[in-house]
Ligand binder design. Structure first.
Ligand code: DGL
Length: 259
């Protein structure tokens, strides 16, 4: 029975569905429950303690739904709370961190850019991964305002374009050849970002790596769902369901719940 239990995912909002997409593509057999804590977004401006408390709350919701593994589909929650989550709950956790390592190893200009939340860029975990690459110049930029615009459904707005230009143009001038998207909301901005940065700059995020890691940990724990039954995909939000529905596209079950 445990193998048929769902994979639980949570994020401060709709962004972690970029991770859900990767996981669902790789593991279409798996049942999933996604939790969008949009009411409390953005996490990026909150204190470490607040982020830990919200991560506990989200995890407990998912564990009450019998989830067999929890994917923290949020860089801010992972970099601030994954240690505490692993200490408190007896279930495997998969986290997501900015893909600094592959970008730093492949960079030819030895200069990479990272766009992420304040909470991620200020975290100890992030500082540790930066310290592993002393020869590479890492241009850090907080994506002030981006998550709120995505949560409001304003991806294509003029305000979004202006903000992105102000964050990305200085990185381009500093000759970055890799741009790391260090927030699970940002893959939804790739079309807008590509209009601003030259095509020679490669954009990377961690979605695929997280999906592969989820598969590996499920295999190791003998938890892969081998059932032939059609899998179920449920999405919960504690805010306006429309934004989540628009991001996911039609036929998905989005349930409003005041958690
Ligand atoms: N999606 C999130 C992340 O990956 C959180 C953004 C936020 O709520 O500030 O960091």
């Amino acid at each position: 029975m445990k193998k048929e239990c769902p994979i639980g995912l949570f994020d401060s909002g709709v962004g972690g569905t970029s991770i859900w997409n990767e996981i669902h593509n790789l593991l279409p057999n798996e049942n999933t429950i996604y939790l969008a804590d949009s009411k409390n977004a953005p996490y990026g401006q909150k204190s470490k303690e607040e982020i830990i408390d919200l991560s506990f709350k989200n995890t407990e919701f998912l564990l009450n739904q019998n989830c067999k593994i929890i994917v923290v589909a949020c860089n801010t929650a992972t970099t601030n709370a994954i240690k505490e989550l692993r200490t408190k709950y007896d279930v495997p956790f998969i986290g997501i961190e900015p893909a600094i390592k592959p970008a730093a190893l492949q960079s030819k200009t030895q200069t990479i850019g990272i766009l992420a939340t304040k909470g991620t860029l200020n975290s100890e975990l992030f500082h540790k991964s930066v310290a592993n690459h002393p020869d590479v110049k890492i241009i850090e930029q907080i994506g002030h305002g981006l998550v709120q615009l995505i949560e409001n459904g304003d991806i294509d707005s003029a305000e979004m374009e202006e903000l992105l230009k102000s964050y990305l143009n200085p990185m381009v001038e500093k000759n970055i050849d890799y741009l790391v998207l260090g927030c699970s909301h940002y893959p939804y901005l790739i079309p807008q970002i590509k209009k601003i940065i030259p095509p020679k700059i490669k954009i990377i995020d961690s979605g695929e790596a997280v999906a592969k890691q989820t598969q590996k940990i499920l295999e190791q724990n003998n938890l892969l769902n081998l059932s032939k039954r059609k899998s179920s995909q449920i999405f919960y939000t504690n805010s306006e369901p429309e934004v989540l529905k628009n991001i996911l596209g039609n036929n998905k079950t989005v349930i409003y719940k005041n958690f």
